[in-house]
Design a protein around this ligand. Structure first.
Ligand SMILES: [Zn+2]
Length: 257
């Protein structure tokens, strides 16, 4: 069977014995793919300097025989995103996004919109014009929406009043129900994350607005603090586990709370 040539983003790499590397890519056509890069550890000619995390590559791989893993045949660098790998905070954010995709996606499940989103935020993270935390808010909001757990940020989940028609001050977000709850409907005993109305408006725009225009996002300090807190609780909660890289990110990042 001939190999496929497709664009791919490196999500993960792991040593496999003394010679080989197991790489996991996120591809346009075939979603997540794990493949063996044979002799990639020993030979300097094979894949030299190409199989780096978060890089965009053009890869050719062949299905494995029987139950064997696919085998990587060629890999050419399209966008290396060097700046991400030389910056500890950028690396931590990119690792968190990659781990979310790696944990959530099934092998072979196509999701072009998610591919576009990851490529976009990695590109912007490398350029460094938009803040790292703003990009993480953008990524998480859209990732969780594409995953089918879109948070309801437009109206109270109970009385359905529009968020901008609720009384001034904070509005509650119920993590379990995945939506807003206005002050009138809020239950004193429930555990909520509280958001200012300004934050809700900005998150809603990031969730549904044009991805290219999102390059110009400038969130207020309050929206960054509240948005990160909300999403870093909400996203792992709905995916059922806290990614290891999120714990690392929290240790190295300046305290936003
Ligand atoms: Zn209500």
């Amino acid at each position: 069977m001939p190999g496929f040539s497709i664009p791919a983003i490196m999500l993960r790499r792991m040593d496999l014995g003394d010679y080989d590397i197991l790489v996991t890519f996120f591809t346009t056509d075939r979603g997540k793919v794990s493949a063996v890069a044979k002799y990639a550890k020993k030979s300097v000619k094979r894949f030299a300097g190409v199989l780096e995390l978060f890089s965009v590559l053009q890869v050719v791989y062949k299905s494995g025989r029987g139950k064997g893993l696919p085998v990587l045949q060629e890999a050419a660098l399209i966008q290396p995103f060097y700046k991400i790998r030389y910056d500890i905070q950028k690396t931590a954010y990119a690792s968190y996004w990659s781990e979310l995709i790696n944990n959530w996606m099934e092998e072979g499940q196509e999701n072009r919109e998610l591919f576009r989103l990851l490529r976009h935020v990695l590109g912007e993270l490398d350029r460094g014009i938009v803040g790292d935390s703003e990009l993480s808010i953008l990524f998480q909001t859209r990732f969780i929406t594409l995953s089918g757990f879109a948070p309801n940020l437009s109206h109270c989940s109970i009385c359905r009043v529009a968020a901008d028609k609720t009384p001034n001050g904070k509005i509650a977000f119920d993590l379990v129900q995945g939506g807003l709850v206005c002050k009138k409907c809020a239950n004193r005993t429930a555990r909520y994350t509280w958001l200012s109305k300004g934050t809700v408006k900005q998150l809603l725009w990031l969730q549904n607005g044009d991805l290219k225009k999102a390059v110009r996002i400038r969130l207020t300090g309050q929206a960054i603090r509240e948005g990160l807190k909300l999403l870093e609780e909400f996203v792992p909660y709905h995916l059922g586990r806290v990614p290891k890289s999120l714990k690392v990110l929290r240790q190295i990042r300046p305290d936003y709370t």
